[in-house]
Design a protein around this ligand. Structure first.
Ligand code: PHB
Length: 374
């Protein structure tokens, strides 16, 4: 029998999945790991005649770990692709290794614009902060918000969020009255929130990475910012569906711009949310969707190459690919290898006793606008 099968058919395709499974970003790792498992349960673990093996490694979102783990996966385990990357510094740390080994690096979580420029082998299924922050900047300026104080996590995606929001909000006539940056690790928001209150803005623009929104909103409510009428706006990371239900009434009415809501009204999303809930007894957030689409991208690319794992062929196969994600229609920009997706403006409402980001406006097929302009 073996003689009639293509030479590579019996070989397993190994995928190194590097995620923060512990530490402050663990909710990102959990969501992506879940989503990859769900996709493989639904679609089988064989594609184009080849068995898929996921090798999961925990980098705790520490870039030195990411680099070491990527190196080990490439050299010892001989993986054909690396994937995951819960934070920007982790994605950047692995980029030179993907280039050197000529294997695809699928970024399923991190969101700083420059990431895809760091290796021709990077393809992204998550998002960029520029995509959502430009849109909420325009929306705020057009919707009676004149003065904004900003609170952003002090690292690359926070700076992208801040700069792209500012660019569009001030171009629309808005004014920034206070700017604070909070540390990425275990931030205590309280002293910063007092400064926000004193600045008396109409709204505060907030970017904290997935996993921190619950703690942020707790301190926001404890300091009475909800009562003083300072509303939260931002990219949707702070209102992650993963944590939203635990935030309570302080979150009601919050308007954010983002790629995904668990309440996205499509059949594909309803099925995804139901299957994820059934499998993991939890609501999927936007990180889960980045993982679900990332593994799907790998499956589809392998189908196109007939199971060949040559890195250049896989990346070529991924360029221009389009499909319907639980988040809506998406594609991979063939020039930048970055995701093109709808960005929705949403408002937190109580639906059937639970809090959801209810989408009320759609910006279609948004490309990343944050690449280095040449
Ligand atoms: C990132 O580090 O790029 C990052 C992490 C979590 C987010 C957004 C961006 O929610």
């Amino acid at each position: 029998m073996l003689g009639v099968m293509p030479a590579h058919a019996q070989e397993t395709v190994k995928i190194g999945l590097i995620l923060p499974m512990t530490g402050g970003q663990a909710s990102t790792g959990r969501q992506i790991d879940n989503a990859v498992k769900l996709y493989m349960q639904q679609n089988g673990d064989t594609v184009a005649g080849r068995k898929i093996e996921i090798i999961l490694k925990d980098d705790a979102a520490v870039p030195d770990n990411t680099k070491r783990l990527a190196q080990e996966l490439i050299v010892n385990d001989k993986v054909s692709l690396i994937a995951g990357f819960g934070v920007t510094p982790a994605a950047l740390a692995a980029a030179p290794l993907a280039t050197q080994a000529k294997i695809p690096q699928i970024v399923m979580a991190a969101g700083t614009s420059i990431i895809t420029e760091r290796s021709p082998y990077i393809v992204r299924t998550s998002f960029t902060l520029a995509q959502s922050s430009t849109i909420i900047g325009d929306w705020a300026a057009k919707n009676g918000i004149k003065k904004v104080a900003t609170l952003t996590s002090d690292y690359a995606p926070g700076n992208d969020a801040l700069n792209f929001f500012k660019q569009n909000f001030t171009a629309g006539g808005g004014e920034i009255v206070e700017e604070v940056k909070v540390p990425l690790q275990n931030p205590d928001f309280a002293p910063f929130l007092q400064r926000m209150k004193d600045a008396r803005p109409d709204a505060m623009f907030v970017f904290v990475p997935a996993g921190q929104g619950g703690n942020f909103m707790k301190q926001y409510a404890e300091r009475g910012l909800d009562k003083s009428g300072i509303r939260v706006i931002g990219p949707g990371d702070v209102m992650d569906d993963d944590l939203l239900n635990g935030m309570g009434d302080a979150a009601l009415g919050t308007v954010t711009a983002h790629l995904y809501s668990a309440a996205h009204p499509s059949a594909a999303n309803r099925e995804f949310v139901a299957a994820y809930k059934k499998a993991f007894n939890a609501r999927p957030g936007f990180m889960a969707v980045g993982g679900y689409d990332g593994i799907r991208l790998i499956y589809e690319a392998l189908k196109k190459t007939g199971g060949k794992t040559d890195g250049d062929a896989l990346v070529e196969a991924m360029k221009g690919m389009k499909w319907e994600s639980p988040r809506g229609p998406i594609s991979i920009d063939p020039e930048t290898r970055d995701i093109v997706q709808n960005i929705y403006i949403r408002k937190v409402e109580r639906v059937d006793g639970e809090l959801y980001n209810v989408e009320f406006a759609t910006f279609e097929a948004v490309k990343d606008s944050g690449k280095t302009r040449k």
